[in-house]
Ligand binder design. Sequence first.
Ligand code: 5GP
Ligand code: ZN
Length: 140
Amino acid sequence: MSADCIFCKIVRGEIPAHKIYEDAATLAFLDIHPLADGHTMVIPKPHYEKLEDVPVTEAGKIFETVRRVTGAIQKAFNAPASTIGINNGRAAGQVVPHLHIHIVPRFPGDGGGTIHSIIHGVSKRRLDEVQKMLVTELER
Ligand code: 5GP
Ligand code: ZN
């Protein structure tokens, strides 16, 4: 737990939130500035800043809650799809430094973009070079 973290304060019940689901490991609550009705964030209850900080034994629990809540949001709002994402670190736009997974229900013609619209960079390396770099790192 982090004393100053706003999401830890929500976990501890020190500040209000529109909670929609809670279990021993995770909490889901509505984003205070929703991009669509039902825009929800799922967080691990312990304070982890980024995805890679989460112990492997806890990662599955977070994804289980994301899966469960996504289904409920889509049913409740009759949404045929959703965009699910993490601003994983400050350079990616993370403002609250407590890991949170955004779930935004999506509709045909809602004007929103795709994952491909968040950045317009072009890879500077060949795919086989990138593959080698990542396989090497993952084998460490
Ligand atoms: P980030 O850019 O870190 O992925 O997004 C943080 C999100 O948290 C924003 O969408 C913002 O609206 C939401 N948020 C920030 N403070 C609060 C709060 O006190 N309560 C709730 N429910 N959402 C918050
Ligand atoms: Zn926190």
